[in-house]
Design a protein around this ligand. Structure first.
Ligand code: ACO
Length: 382
């Protein structure tokens, strides 16, 4: 059944003088703007399901390739394989032409756009298109990272899985299995998360019958904003400032007194512990090359949760995905400026699955806006 209720408190009253009495929720908060069978985000229970399967089970028993296939097709095949794809020459030429100061998110968005010019992307979008784009982007980001360091891009090794292949093309050597597995787990938890802003962007673009490259380029542009593609590197900065668990309580109290936020805690939807954080904590703890501050992060978490509960008894503020994404991404050897673009690579499976879902039951997404400008009037006399 489709729910039509709008969250209490989020509907503003019409402005005096306007005759438009329809409900309005700034930021569309609490508004049901579509239907999906891809993922269920249950903020109260702290559950995340992809096509009904629990995220913790998928991390334990699946691979990113299998999860992408599950999202695109609805079928669970744990042996499903996906490798990185070679870069078309015009994409490579575009990456080489970028200024040295280009940020990784801008490079990835540009690469996806350039890739679109090399493909025949007829409507409706297909699973093959989704697979091709998801396989292309890790090669593009790895090539960009190497070019800006003055190194030559590395061709894909089709015998490696997608995430392993990304690390290989980035570093020039095959990652050890533990490292590849840890990043694969990160990709799984980052693959899909309901109607977040970038996914909604991809669906709006698809609803006009535009192509999958345009939808994903738009989604990357949306994720680039700091309110969306949050940087787990800030978690690392805060832990470094605390220095030790003995200083954590004092440091956190001072930070909260100054009105600062603790990075890696709180979420718009989750009121319970973010299930992605729980899955990534397990992964971080089982890594061969743990960052030395992981122990500190685990000790500080308890102190932070206690102080946040003291400070905000009215609002449960729990650990979110960013807190344990930081040790995993740093533990696999990524530099912090690659964190957001790597998150975008992981989200390709979800974005492209939403593109397919939108196209499968398409209706142009074109909401109304409440007019709050001047009433009808004559131009001033000349
Ligand atoms: N540390 C301290 N106080 C917090 C935190 C936090 N991490 N999160 C929320 N609060 C407080 C706010 O100050 C506010 O208090 P007030 O009412 O006294 O002003 C109250 O809790 C409610 O905060 P909102 O901003 O209304 O909560 P919202 O649900 O909009 O915010 C958000 C969610 C942006 C994630 C917030 O919790 C935050 O800033 N967290 C820190 C940054 C972070 O970890 N971001 C990653 C999120 S996960 C992701 O995006 C994939």
């Amino acid at each position: 059944m489709t729910e039509t209720r709008i969250a209490p408190g989020s509907v503003t009253a019409p402005l005096a003088g306007t005759s438009d009495l329809r409900p309005y929720s700034p930021g569309l908060e609490g508004v049901i703007a579509g239907e999906t069978s891809l993922s269920r985000v249950d903020g109260e229970q702290g559950k995340l399901l992809y096509r009904g399967y629990r995220i913790g089970d998928l991390v334990e028993h699946g691979t990113y390739s299998a999860i992408a296939h599950l999202l695109w097709t609805g079928e669970w095949d744990p042996r499903h394989a996906l490798a990185t794809a070679p870069l078309p020459d015009p994409v490579l030429a575009t990456l080489r032409a970028l200024p040295a100061s280009t940020k990784p998110m801008d490079a990835l968005r540009t690469a996806v756009s350039a890739w679109g010019t090399t493909q025949t992307l007829d409507w409706p979008p297909t699973v093959e298109q989704a697979r091709a784009l998801t396989s292309f982007s890790p090669s593009a980001l790895a090539a960009f990272a190497r070019l800006r360091a003055g190194d030559l891009p590395i061709d894909p090794d089709p015998s490696l899985g997608l995430v392993e292949g990304y690390l290989y093309q980035l570093n020039g050597k095959r990652p050890n299995p533990g490292t590849a597995r840890a990043l694969d787990a990160y990709f799984i938890v980052g693959a899909e998360h309901g109607f977040n802003a970038s996914t909604f962007t991809a669906r709006v673009i698809t609803s006009t019958r535009s192509d999958i490259a345009s939808a994903v380029a738009g989604a990357i542009g949306t994720m680039k904003g700091p309110l969306h593609g949050g940087a787990p590197s800030e978690v690392v900065d805060q832990l470094a400032k605390m220095g030790s668990v003995e200083h954590a309580e004092e440091w956190i109290r001072d930070a909260l007194d100054r009105g600062e936020r603790l990075m890696g805690f709180g979420h718009r939807v989750y009121r319970a512990y973010d299930p992605r954080a729980a899955a990534l904590r397990k992964v971080a703890e089982s890594m061969d090359r743990k960052p030395e501050w992981l122990e500190l992060a685990i000790q500080v978490e308890d102190v932070a949760l206690r102080l946040l509960a003291e400070r905000h008894p009215e609002r449960p503020l729990k650990t979110n995905v960013e807190y344990y994404a930081a040790p995993v991404l740093q533990g696999v050897g990524l530099t912090p400026d690659l964190f957001p673009a790597t998150f975008s690579l992981a989200r390709h499976a979800g974005w492209t699955a939403h593109v397919l879902e939108q196209a499968g039951a398409n209706r142009l997404i074109r909401p109304d806006v409440r007019y709050v400008g001047p009433a009808e009037r004559d131009l001033p006399a000349a």
